[in-house]
Design a protein. Sequence first.
Length: 85
Amino acid sequence: MLDLIKEDINCVFGRDPAAQTIFEVVTTYPGFHAMVIHRLAHLCWLKEFRWLGRFISHMGRWLTGIEIHPGAKIGRRFFIDHGMG
């Protein structure tokens, strides 16, 4: 999972010319936060901890405004820019 998160960070740099530092991406990009939260929720979903996956997903929506169902299968190098508008 950490490899996917590192790849998600690199994806931001590849698709958003405004991204300056890793610290900036990790602390201020809601699309990145939504992906990290989704990866955790999806892992719970796959391990049959469905309620926990839904709860983590719900918290992610509350924190980022971006809703992704925990059962959604999202591959590599996915980038959400301006998830709220």
